[in-house]
Design a protein. Structure first.
Length: 444
C-alpha cells in the first residue's frame, strides 16, 4: 500500500462511519502543481474521540487542536501515517504563535483560518473533486502567493508565517501578492517572538530546496534577512574584487557560490556555504592595490558557531558547519600541501561537503577547479591503497612499554610519528620506535 492509497482509505473509512472527510492543505496544492505529495493530511467533521473510535491504531498528537495521527501498515519497517484534523475555527492569537482556543466547525471555517490560499484547498479523493473556498486554484494558476483574508491578521496569528511566505514563494516560483508583500515588509521585525527551533526548521527547508538562492533573495527583499541572520546581512556593501576592478559585493558573491551547489545539497553544506565568508566584514583591510581579509576563516568559524547555537541546531550540525566555514580555503593549496596535512583533512567525515564547497566557491568566483580535482584524485587514490587513514604505528601503550614517562610529551611525540607515517617517511613500527627514541632524547 502506498501513502496515497492509505490516505484515500482513511477518507473512505471516515465516510463509511458517517463523517465528512477530505484531503487538505499541502497535498492538494502539490497535486495541482503536478507533484507527488510527501505527506497527506485529512480534514474531517469527526471529533478527535470519534476518529479514535473509527481507527484501531492512533496517536493523539494534538488532541486539543483536533489532530489525531492514524497509523497504517508497516512499509520498510515504518508505519504509514496520516494526520486527521477536525475542521476548526481558531480563537484569538495572543502570542503570535498559537490560538488561545479552537472551536470545531465546518470545512469553510477551516479553510478561512489557514495561512495562504494555495494551502487552503480541499480535495475529495473518492469523488475526485476540488473544494476551494479561498481561490487557491486561481492563485496557483496565476503563480501568486496570497494570504487568506487580511494578510496582517494572518501574520499576527502566527509570525512564523512571515518566513513560510518567503519559502513557499521561492519553492513554487510564485510572486507575492502586493498586500501580502506589504504586510511582510511592515511586520518582518516581529518574527523573533517565534522560537529559534521553529525558525531553524524554515531555514532548513529553504536551504535544502533547489530554489535556495531565490529564497535568500526574497528574505533580503522583504527585510527578514537582518532579523534572522544579521551577520549575513552585513555582507551588503563589502567589496569583492580589486579596488580598480570591483566585481560586486560580498552578498552577490555568496549567492553566486550558493547557486553552484548541487540541487540535493545537505543542510550543513548549504548553511556553511551561505556562511563561508561571514567573517569578511569583521576582517576587511586594504592595501594600495587590493582588499584583504586576513584570518576571516577563523573569525567566520566563531560567527558560525554563534549563529548555529542561537538557532539551537544539533551539536553535530554545529560542528560540521563551523568546520566547513573554517576550512573553506584549506584545499586551495592541495597540490603543494604536505601529504600528512592533506591526508588528515581528506580523512575527515565531512570531506565530501568540503570538496563540494570548494568547487562551488571556485566556480562561483570564476576560478579554476584544479585544486579540487587534485584533492578528489588523491582521495580516491589513497582510499583504494589504504594510505589515507592507516592504523597508527604506535600508541600510548607502546610509549609506556618503551619506559617513556607519561606526560604532555606523549601527544607531541605521537603526533610527530603520525605525521611521518602519513608523509611516508616512517613506514614500520620499528622505524617509529627509533624516531621516538630520537625525539625523547632530544627532549631530555
Amino acid at each position: 500500500m502506498t501513502e496515497r492509497e492509505f490516505a484515500t482509505d482513511v477518507v473512505r473509512r471516515l465516510r463509511e462511519a458517517g463523517f465528512e472527510a477530505l484531503w487538505a492543505g499541502g497535498c492538494v496544492r502539490d497535486q495541482l502543481l503536478g507533484m507527488e505529495p510527501h505527506d497527506f493530511d485529512v480534514a474531517t467533521d469527526a471529533r478527535p474521540e470519534q476518529v479514535q473510535k473509527v481507527f484501531r491504531r492512533t496517536i493523539a498528537v494534538g488532541e486539543s487542536f483536533g489532530v489525531i495521527e492514524v497509523l497504517g501498515p508497516r512499509i520498510d519497517g515504518e508505519h504509514l501515517k496520516v494526520q486527521v484534523a477536525t475542521f476548526r475555527a481558531d480563537g484569538e492569537y495572543v502570542d503570535g504563535r498559537r490560538p488561545s482556543s479552537v472551536t470545531f466547525g465546518s470545512a469553510r471555517e477551516d479553510a478561512l483560518r489557514r495561512d495562504f490560499t494555495i494551502n487552503g484547498m480541499f480535495f475529495d479523493p473518492l469523488d475526485i473533486r476540488l473544494i476551494d473556498f479561498v481561490g487557491g486554484k486561481t492563485d496557483l494558476e496565476a503563480r501568486v502567493l496570497r494570504a487568506i483574508g487580511d494578510p496582517r491578521a494572518r501574520f499576527n496569528e502566527d509570525k512564523l508565517r512571515l518566513l513560510r511566505a518567503v519559502r513557499f514563494a521561492a519553492r513554487f516560483e510564485l510572486d507575492i501578492e502586493p498586500a501580502t508583500a506589504a504586510a511582510l515588509h511592515e511586520m518582518a521585525a516581529e518574527l523573533p517572538v517565534v522560537s529559534a527551533e521553529r525558525i531553524a526548521v524554515e531555514i532548513r527547508k529553504m536551504l535544502t530546496d533547489r530554489h535556495r538562492v531565490r529564497g535568500l533573495r526574497l528574505l533580503d527583499d522583504v527585510g527578514l534577512l537582518p532579523v534572522i541572520l544579521p551577520e549575513v546581512a552585513r555582507m551588503h556593501g563589502v567589496p569583492q574584487g580589486l579596488p580598480a576592478a570591483p566585481t560586486g559585493d560580498l552578498w552577490d558573491h555568496t549567492l553566486a557560490v550558493v547557486e553552484k551547489l548541487p540541487a540535493d545539497t545537505s543542510f550543513p553544506l548549504a548553511f556553511a556555504t551561505l556562511l563561508h565568508d561571514v567573517g569578511k566584514p569583521t576582517t576587511i583591510g586594504r592595501t594600495p592595490d587590493r582588499y584583504t581579509f586576513h584570518g576571516h576563516e577563523h573569525a567566520g568559524r566563531q560567527i558560525a558557531e554563534k549563529i548555529t547555537e542561537r538557532l539551537k541546531l544539533s551539536t553535530a550540525e554545529r560542528e560540521q558547519i563551523a568546520w566547513l566555514v573554517e576550512k573553506h580555503q584549506y584545499l586551495s593549496e592541495a597540490p603543494v600541501m604536505r601529504k600528512s596535512r592533506l591526508k588528515t583533512v581528506l580523512a575527515h567525515a565531512g570531506i565530501a561537503d568540503l570538496l563540494a564547497l570548494h568547487r562551488a566557491d571556485a566556480v562561483g568566483s570564476g576560478r579554476l577547479v584544479a585544486h579540487v580535482e587534485f584533492a578528489e584524485q588523491k582521495l580516491r587514490e589513497w582510499t583504494e591503497s589504504g594510505e589515507l587513514d592507516p592504523p597508527p604505528l604506535l600508541t600510548g601503550e607502546d610509549l609506556k612499554a618503551m619506559k617513556i614517562p607519561q606526560g604532555p610529551a606523549y601527544k607531541r611525540i605521537l603526533d610527530l610519528v603520525r605525521e611521518g607515517q602519513l608523509d611516508g617517511t616512517v613506514t614500520t613500527a620499528e622505524q617509529a620506535r627509533e624516531m621516538v627514541k630520537q625525539l625523547f632524547n632530544e627532549t631530555m
